[in-house]
Structure formats: structure tokens, C-alpha cells
Design a protein around this ligand. Structure first.
Ligand code: NDP
Ligand code: MG
Length: 387
């Protein structure tokens, strides 16, 4: 491919699990992609290493205390350096960027994603929190700007892949598959004293800490239900969750004639990342292939909503609408953080999430400022519940 036909990518959160896997894909597919921007929150060491290898136009670091070190080293390499949230939102507007991969964790994804859409950039969306917080605003804005949002999340990538060529055919329902996480089959009494080390041991996927805890508490599946609503324009009753412990079937679409399409493969996010940034092409690669004989049984079960109440909270947030999903996300970021730092127990996560959702001021038709205010208010509420 000629140099100017290559896709120019900004990776927000390049030092994380998705970010580093995206760079693995790009390293293998260097004919197809050019890295324009790399960004991290505080891991300056890895960011430097990545910058030296991929020679982006610019790097952005969140943590101010790391900025000087970064600047000093990259100056010689002719790589621009910036610091802070506002810088990130400005850098994504750079003319040379074609596609922005949002691979940072949490609410921090919202602002730069809005800036990127406003600047007409395609979005490869890993940061599901953005759609949970402000799905209505993001989808409307993307439509207005004619911007495509390509899902990276494995379930949503699966649905997206199943929908290829089905443009005219309405969806009857979708099934999001869930591994069930490390505590599948456990009841509330078994979970009273589980440790963070136990919660961080995901059976199938190697991911960042926050999403790994979300997977253990089934909040992740709840966030994905909300993400799916906005990505595919579905009603809550069209979205179902089925536990599939092997994580081979990544999700399923059922059409109005009853036919179901599923997308399957080994649990390896590199495929989904590559599909999102390379769409509509399926680029040839050497990733390990699935072997049926390694998985003689693919099994399915109902999620246990009495034990893992976070899933109900997500459906309830969809029913209530307005700013409630934004509040659920903020409460969950605070409660997961508190669990990881040993301040609360595992079952408290869903408790705090539910109570925070109840207490927040309801806004039926939120605009951007309302989302910012809701996020702030809910964080205060959740922190008070933790004290
Ligand atoms: P990680 O924790 O591994 O990485 C997070 C990345 O975001 C790091 O580069 C981190 O920088 C950066 N970051 C953290 N906080 C901020 C902030 N406030 N502002 C800017 N950047 C920040 O997370 P994952 O890669 O696991 O997940 C990233 C996103 O992708 C999440 O939204 C997650 O839900 C989603 N996702 C992840 C999957 C996975 O397999 N990992 C699967 C599906 C979705 P630093 O390293 O400096 O802290
Ligand atoms: Mg997922």
C-alpha cells in the first residue's frame, strides 16, 4: 500500500491491555497503518519505549509529573509532547489522523471521543464507558458528523460482524455472551470475603484491572448491554445475556426469520482490534487458529442475577434513561477503585452502585454539562456511602 493510503491512527491509552495489543497488530500490519498519536495516563517509561519504536507525530501524557522527562527524551526524536486532558482532546483533531482508537479506561474517554467525532475522525471504540455515560449524545453526534463508530469490545465486534450484509434486515434480538468470570456458580454467601487477587483472576481474558473486576461482578456485561443499545439502536428487551464459559462464541444476532448468526474464535482481542481499525478489510494474519477438538463442548447457562445484581442495575438504568447510566458508571468507577484499594468488600460494589443510582438527581434529557455534573455528583455520593 502507498504511504498516503495507509491508515493514520491515534491510540488513546496505548500503554494498557488494548493499547499494547493494538500496537502488536500494527507492528504486524505495518504496511497498513501509521501511528500518529500515542497516549498514557502515567506510564511514561512504556510510552517512551513505544514512541521510540513507532515514531508518532505526537504523544500525550496525563500525569504532569512525568511530562518533563518525556519531553527531554522525545525532543531529539522530533516527536511533539503534550500533557493533560485538554491536550488530548486537541491532539485528536490533528488533520493527519484518520481513526482514533479509544483504549483508555473509564469516564476519561468521553471528552477526547467527543472532540474526535467533532473533527470527523472514525472511532474504534474500546472505551465502552463513553457510550454508557453519554450514549445518546455520542450516537447523535456521530450521525450528524457522518462518523463511523467501530466496536472493539469482543461481543459488539461479533454483533457488528454478524450484521455485515444484513443492512436491510431488522434485528429481532441479540445475545451477548458472558464468560461468567472467576466467580461463576458462586452464591452470595460464597462471595462475602473474596479477595481482590481472586477477583483479578479472569478465566479466559487478560485485561486491565478495572474491566477484570467488572467481569467478576458482571458489571462489565451490564455496561455492555448499555453499549449495545447505543451501537445497534436496540430496545432493552431486544438484548439478552447468556453465560458461555468457554468464550468462543463472542455473541449472536437473531433475525426476524428466527435465523441466528454467531461469530466465533479464540478469546484474543487482537482480532477485534484489527477488524475495527482495518474495517471493512479482513487482513491476513498469523494469530492462532481455533481448533474444534480443543473445545469438544461449548456450553450455555443463565446468568445468576440474584448473586450478580449489577446486571439488573444496568437494565434498570436503561429503563430509567436520562442520566442514570452515567451515574451507574461513575458509582462503579468509585466502588471498583475502593474494592481494589481494600476499602470495601466485593459485594459492596453492587450495593454502592445501586444506592448511588437511587440518590442522584435525575435529569431526563441530559446535555454534555449535565453528564459532567452527574458524574461529579455521583462520585461524591458513592464516596460518602463508602465512608
Ligand atoms: P488498562 O487499564 O490496561 O489500560 C488503560 C489505559 O488507559 C492505559 O494506557 C492508561 O495509562 C490509560 N489511562 C488510564 N486512566 C486514564 C485517564 N484518566 N486518562 C487518559 N488515559 C488513561 O485497560 P484496558 O486496556 O483493559 O481497557 C481499556 C478500555 O477498553 C476500557 O474501557 C475497557 O472496558 C475496554 N475493553 C478492554 C478489553 C480488554 O481486553 N482489555 C476488552 C473490551 C473492552 P497508564 O498505563 O499510564 O495508566
Ligand atoms: Mg466484552
Amino acid at each position: 500500500m502507498e504511504e498516503n493510503k495507509k491508515r493514520h491512527i491515534a491510540i488513546l491509552g496505548s500503554t494498557g491491555s488494548i493499547g499494547t495489543q493494538a500496537l502488536e497488530v500494527i507492528r504486524e500490519q505495518s504496511e497498513q497503518f501509521v501511528v500518529e498519536v500515542l497516549s498514557a495516563h502515567s506510564n511514561a517509561e512504556l510510552l517512551l519505549k513505544q514512541a521510540i519504536e513507532f515514531k508518532p507525530n505526537a504523544v500525550v501524557i496525563g500525569d504532569e509529573s512525568q511530562f518533563q522527562k518525556l519531553k527531554d527524551t522525545l525532543w531529539e526524536q522530533d516527536i511533539k509532547c503534550y500533557c493533560g486532558v485538554d491536550a488530548l482532546a486537541q491532539v485528536v483533531e490533528m488533520e493527519s489522523i484518520d481513526i482514533v482508537l479509544t483504549a483508555m479506561v473509564g469516564y476519561a474517554g468521553l471528552k477526547p471521543t467527543i472532540a474526535a467525532i467533532n473533527a470527523g475522525k472514525s472511532i474504534a471504540l474500546a472505551n465502552k464507558e463513553t457510550l454508557v455515560v453519554a450514549g445518546e449524545l455520542i450516537t447523535k453526534l456521530a450521525q450528524e458528523k457522518g462518523v463511523n463508530v467501530y466496536p472493539v469490545d469482543s461481543e459488539h465486534s461479533a454483533i457488528f460482524q454478524c450484521l455485515a450484509g444484513e443492512f436491510e434486515n431488522p434485528i429481532e434480538k441479540i445475545y451477548l455472551t458472558a464468560s461468567g468470570g472467576p466467580f461463576r456458580g458462586k452464591k452470595r454467601e460464597d462471595l462475602l470475603n473474596v479477595t481482590k487477587e481472586q477477583a483479578l483472576k479472569h478465566p479466559n481474558w487478560d485485561m486491565g484491572a478495572k474491566i477484570t473486576i467488572d467481569s467478576a461482578s458482571l458489571m462489565n456485561k451490564g455496561l455492555e448491554v448499555i453499549e449495545a443499545k447505543w451501537l445497534f439502536g436496540l430496545k432493552p428487551e431486544q438484548i439478552d445475556v447468556i453465560v458461555h464459559p468457554q468464550s468462543i462464541i463472542h455473541s449472536i444476532v437473531q433475525f426476524e426469520d428466527g435465523s441466528m448468526k454467531a461469530q466465533m474464535g479464540l478469546p484474543d482481542m487482537k482480532l477485534q482490534i484489527q477488524y475495527a481499525i482495518g474495517y471493512p478489510q479482513r487482513l491476513k494474519n498469523n494469530f492462532p487458529r481455533f481448533n474444534f477438538l480443543d473445545y469438544p463442548q461449548l456450553t450455555f447457562e443463565q446468568p445468576d442475577r440474584e448473586t450478580f445484581t449489577n446486571l439488573n442495575l444496568a437494565f434498570s438504568a436503561l429503563q430509567k434513561g436520562g442520566n442514570i447510566a452515567c451515574a451507574l458508571n461513575a458509582a462503579n468507577e468509585i466502588s471498583v477503585d475502593a474494592f481494589l484499594s481494600g476499602k470495601i468488600k466485593f459485594l459492596d460494589i453492587a450495593e454502592i452502585n445501586g444506592n448511588s443510582m437511587e440518590k442522584v438527581t435525575f435529569v431526563a434529557r441530559p446535555n454534555y454539562e449535565d453528564y459532567v455534573a452527574t458524574d461529579k455528583e455521583t462520585r461524591i455520593i458513592a464516596k460518602e456511602l463508602i465512608r
